[in-house]
Design a protein. Structure first.
Length: 146
């Protein structure tokens, strides 16, 4: 669930800092899953995390970081320095491109194209003989195989 204040919070930032300190090397692959984008995509639409810059600052020394986020219900890709940020389309309802209209109201449903703007993302990674698969499944739970 997303924090109604659109922030990560001191407790989770402290956890992130401690967890990153345990990383063996600065080149280790790091994957971060967030609800909102950590950068200011469209703050007027609440498409930002108020303390996201602090998380990015903690991640910046690490050379192989990928962030997956939601909240915006559309595919979007952005770089903050060497950190890649990616979001996917929603399975529930599409939202407009950031700043393309006065507010972020859902796009109207089109009976001739009922799945327009909807979708999902599957993520696969391999490392040292282990394969990890992640995708969203019905019921909103994340599924992971090792």
């Amino acid at each position: 669930m997303s924090d109604p204040g659109a922030k990560i919070g001191d407790e989770q930032l402290a956890w992130l800092k401690a967890d990153l300190a345990r990383t063996a090397t600065r080149q280790a692959p790091i994957v971060v899953l967030t609800h909102r984008p950590l950068f200011d995509l469209a703050p007027k639409w609440d498409w930002a995390t108020r303390d996201g810059a602090q998380a990015i600052e903690l991640l910046m020394p690490h050379q192989n970081v990928t962030v997956f986020y939601g909240h915006i219900h559309q595919e979007h890709h952005q770089m903050t320095g060497h950190i890649a940020h990616h979001s996917a389309k929603s399975l529930i309802f599409p939202l407009p491109a950031p700043g393309s209209q006065p507010n972020r109201a859902p796009l109207p449903w089109d009976a001739s194209a009922p799945y327009k703007g909807l979708g999902f993302r599957e993520v696969e990674a391999e490392d040292a003989g282990k394969t990890y698969h992640g995708h969203r499944v019905p019921g909103g739970r994340a599924h992971e195989q090792r």
